[in-house]
Design a protein. Structure first.
Lengths: 368, 371
């Protein structure tokens, strides 16, 4: 990352209050949906965010576009603080910061024609008259739809086509950053590939930056420059894209990679996997220390006592684990605390392998 | 996962044929893609196939046209006004001279000719003329009341559903307050008090015998019946991603409510429209019958039934004629309204009929029939 990053998120927290009460609602707890997440993204880059359902990745993306009010931390867009900005203050930022939604069915108003849907952001930002119509046709053509279909309604399109409409809408005001909230999860695999290729082409053409949220590591692999893995509201690992697949450090990442099926049944059966068993713990009262410790086969006492810092290894590979995989003792010794670490985390480096019982699990991961 | 950049993307141009089963032809006669078929066009098609609903709609339309033509009928056929008194006069029926009102006080029955087509009432007024003029008043009150209900209920329902929280709480309590009273009881209470004093809202002044007093009362009384379902629908709609999408684009709340949410509740409003007209006409009749609606000597179907009730044994046409007209008008628009509902929003069937059966029609019906 060179120059000033396009998007900076610092120690972002978003808690949902849980209210209960007969007459007067009292707040009895919080869902720690996003808990101290820091990230940054340069122009034209793609950051993939991966994690299982309920890990807070969608909440994070919605908080960044300010659909949800952050509880704490800061969001900066081109250095401008937008964490608490009002609607009018946000207007110029909205132009450059758009979003594509997960459900192509629900994200298009069923009562509006495609032309109105795609033209809406243009109209909101002051484009008038025939210019809107011209631009809408151009956009539809660009995302691979027939420009003659401007007068159609969303229900007259297939799922993949609807998602293209959603992309055209986000593209309308020429944004610099697009939040993609599981843009292909609702689509068939063959259509997924087409939409991802479209997104890839658009990125090259317009120099877009993406935050690509997915629950599936295989989807983000091809489009991301960096990938961040989230678990229970925190980023547990973040690295340049390919390195995450070849050299996963956090046991959770290893587990996720092991969950990707290999299309050859013999190979699939033969590989040794680190299986992440059970359900994610309750985000209302997350476990102390490392949040993954309740499901981690490598967990020890220190994991319960101290929240692991995000340790930065060589090549900008960051992971929050006391007992990392796939790194040598020398690499651990050369590592340092990442400035992205949560404020509440401890400041000790991971423990060398010698101290760990059953350190052989290190070999488990390293396969594509 | 295989992502093959060479895969040709055919979904863009093949368009509609892949989109699903019941999508109508995608290509117009000139081979170019036709304009999209919206939910309303689809609804209209479905409605056109429902002959029964159309027939009843036509019936209602005929009644409306007849009532609008009341002055023409009065001037050119009956040669008398709705409030003109002919007690002491005589009329020639098939060469025979007859009293309009007999010395015993019995009005003449239907003559089936230009003058006194449907007979006269005990004040010697032409029943057919009064029927049409009364229909004008009844329908006018019905339409104005429905307009008031629809506009206010839409605003209240959308605001309550969209803002939730305190706004919803306050609005919901006000609606509950209106809902807590039986419609007729509330109508009578408001009607009798307002008929004496009239209404003054800022520059707007309505005297007690204005037509718009009952219209305003009926309009307000029915607000909860429309506002509550709208609110419920908006509660669901506001969580939809297209609302988030509008917000990400920088849309204001007003913009979202009017441009994103309103079009989605519009079909519900259209479905409610004929049903509310029917209910408003019925309630107007009930209130007028009880003396809390349109004030005499202005005719309306309700006041006419009320006028004739004492003479039922001897001159049943006085009650039967306006009663039949009321039934036909309400039946016509109700059946038509059901057709509209089935055509536009097939899923609304359960929702609306449940709400309606519980509350609206029963009370209004009972009130007109009971006495």
């Amino acid at each position: 990352m060179t120059a000033a990053p396009l998007l900076e998120v610092e120690h972002l927290q978003l808690y949902f209050p849980i209210r209960r009460g007969v007459i007067v609602d009292r707040t009895i707890g919080h869902v720690h949906a996003v808990d101290d997440v820091s990230l940054s993204l340069g122009e034209g880059e793609t950051l993939g965010i991966v994690g299982e359902s309920g890990c807070g990745k969608t909440t994070l993306s919605r908080a960044i576009v300010r659909l949800l009010e952050p509880t704490g931390g800061a969001i900066r867009f081109r250095g401008r603080e937008i964490t608490r900005a009002g609607r009018r203050e946000l207007a110029p930022v909205r132009r450059e910061l758009q979003m594509v939604f997960q459900d192509p069915q629900a994200s298009l108003n069923p009562r509006k024609r495609v032309g109105q849907i795609v033209g809406a952001p243009l109209v909101l930002h002051g484009v008038k008259g025939a210019a809107v119509e011209r631009r809408v046709r151009e956009l539809l053509g660009r995302v691979g739809l027939n420009p003659e279909h401007v007068n159609r309604f969303p229900h007259e399109f297939s799922g993949g086509q609807r998602q293209r409409i959603g992309i055209a809408r986000a593209l309308a005001v020429e944004p610099k950053l697009m939040m993609l909230d599981e843009p292909v999860s609702a689509l068939d695999v063959s259509i997924q590939a087409q939409v991802i290729n479209l997104l890839d082409d658009l990125q090259d053409e317009f120099g877009l930056a993406y935050v690509f949220v997915a629950h599936d590591l295989s989807v983000v692999r091809h489009v991301s420059d960096r990938i961040a893995v989230m678990y229970l509201g925190k980023i547990v690992e973040s690295s340049p894209a390919e390195e995450l697949y070849t050299k996963p450090i956090h046991p959770y990442t290893v587990g996720l990679l092991g969950a990707i099926p290999i299309p050859d049944p013999r190979q699939n059966r033969a590989r040794r996997r680190l299986v992440v068993a059970g359900e994610p713990p309750n985000p209302i009262e997350p476990p102390s220390g490392c949040r993954f410790r309740t499901r981690c086969p490598r967990a020890t006492d220190v994991c319960a006592a101290v929240e692991p810092q995000l340790t930065e290894y060589a090549g900008g590979h960051v992971a929050a684990c006391h007992h990392p995989l796939n790194v040598t003792d020398a690499e651990i010794a050369a590592a340092r605390r990442s400035p992205l670490s949560p404020l509440s985390s401890g400041d000790q480096l991971p423990q060398p392998h010698a101290s760990l019982p059953g350190g052989d699990a290190a070999e488990v991961a390293a396969e594509g | 996962m295989a992502i093959d950049p060479a895969t040709p993307d055919t979904t863009g141009t093949g368009a509609i044929r892949e989109a699903g089963g019941d999508v109508p032809a995608a290509v117009g006669p000139d081979g170019r893609p036709a304009a999209g078929i919206g939910p309303y066009r689809l609804g209209l098609r479905r409605l056109r196939r429902n002959k029964v609903a159309l027939a009843f709609g036509a019936l209602f339309l005929v009644i409306v046209v007849l009532c609008l033509a009341a002055p023409l009928y009065a001037d050119h056929v009956a040669h008398t006004g709705p409030n003109d008194n002919h007690v002491t006069e005589q009329v020639t029926v098939r060469g025979e001279q007859k009293d309009v009102v007999s010395p015993a006080g019995l009005p003449i029955g239907p003559t089936w000719q230009g003058r006194f087509l449907l007979g006269a009432d005990q004040n010697g007024r032409d029943l057919a003329v009064r029927l049409l003029y009364g229909g004008r008043n009844s329908l006018q009150v019905g339409f104005v009341a429905t307009l008031i209900t629809m506009v206010l209920a839409t605003i209240v329902g959308i605001c309550a559903g969209y803002f939730r929280g305190a706004v919803d709480g306050v609005l919901a309590r006000i609606l509950d307050l209106i809902w807590a009273y039986p419609v007729v009881l509330l109508g009578i209470a408001l009607g009798t008090s307002l008929a004496l004093g009239g209404i003054t809202i800022g520059p707007l002044e309505l005297s007690g015998n204005s037509l718009y007093v009952p219209a305003a009362i009926i309009g307000i009384v029915y607000i909860p019946y429309v506002a509550k379902p709208i609110r419920g629908q908006v509660l669901g709609l506001r969580e939809k991603e297209f609302v988030d999408a509008a917000r990400v684009q920088g849309a204001s709340s007003l913009h979202i409510m009017s441009r994103e949410i309103l079009p989605n509740v519009a079909s519900t409003l259209i479905v409610f429209l004929p049903l509310m007209v029917a209910n408003a006409i019925l309630l107007e009749a009930a209130l007028s019958y009880l003396g809390a609606g349109i004030q005499p000597p202005n005719p309306s179907w309700g006041t006419m039934i009320s006028d004739g009730i004492r003479l039922i044994p001897s001159a049943i046409h006085l009650t039967f004629v306006p009663g039949a007209m009321l039934v036909l008008a309400v039946l016509g628009i109700n059946v038509f309204g059901d057709g509209v509902r089935d055509a536009l929003d097939p899923r609304a069937r359960v929702r609306i009929s449940a709400a309606r059966e519980e509350k609206i029609s029963d009370e209004a019906m009972e009130a007109t029939v009971e006495h």
